[in-house]
Write a protein of this length. Structure first.
Length: 220
């Protein structure tokens, strides 16, 4: 089961949280959790500085360790029981300050923000890859969808068609498993990015062993 695998694997606290509006990840508000918590005035200023329809939160574990980095992305959409935007940001931050372990974090996110048990209890709909915080400007490469059988050779070939993703000077790559993309489940759209690269010199390069490992772990 995916949750039990992640419980055993993610044994540290998230070190970074970021918020993005309307999928504009290049303009994300990145918060180092080792620093001071943003004030209510800073949160209000971020939320009010421009119009948007969708607020997205991303939690990053092991942000400086390419082979251990995980990112949980949740669209804080109409499926969440909490709709007040300032309250949502505060709740997301609360979960990092009172963090016990990954299992407790997921349980609390489900209970306090979504309203019921939900995250990481479905099969992914698809898997793609791009460059973190340059996702839309670079564009992702699609690697697998739920109606396909996993084929490692095809995955490698797909990535190789996108050399700007296979090797990047911009940022690290993310192997993104996306859930509830068609909103068939009673909960928000969300995604999990797993380790998939190593830094060689100044560039991040796709590590195919990590790609294969996590695709086999998550796609059942």
């Amino acid at each position: 089961m995916l949750l039990s695998t992640l419980y055993k694997t993610i044994v540290s606290k998230p070190d970074t949280i970021q918020f993005a509006k309307d999928r504009k990840y290049e303009e994300a508000w990145i918060i180092d959790l080792a620093g001071q918590r943003p004030s209510q005035q800073e949160i209000s200023a971020y939320l009010s500085k421009d119009d948007y329809k969708l607020l997205i939160v991303e939690y990053i574990w092991n942000s400086q360790a390419d082979s251990e980095r995980f990112v949980l992305t949740v669209f804080l959409d109409h499926h969440c029981q909490v709709q007040d935007q300032q309250q949502l940001v505060n709740l997301c931050l609360d979960l990092t300050e009172n963090y016990q372990n990954f299992a407790n974090f997921i349980e609390r996110f489900d209970r306090e923000i979504i309203g019921h048990s939900y995250l990481l209890r479905q099969q992914p709909d698809l898997c793609n890859m791009s460059i973190f915080n340059h996702w839309l400007s670079i564009g992702p490469v699609d690697l697998w969808t739920a109606d396909e059988k996993l084929n490692a050779q095809r995955v490698r070939q797909q990535i190789a068609t996108r050399p700007e993703i296979e090797r990047s000077l911009l940022n690290y790559q993310g192997l993104l498993f996306r859930f509830n993309t068609d909103e068939q489940h009673d909960g928000p759209v969300y995604g999990l990015k797993t380790p998939c690269c190593q830094k060689i010199g100044a560039a991040w390069v796709v590590d195919y062993d990590l790609v294969n490992k996590w695709m086999k772990e998550i796609i059942l």
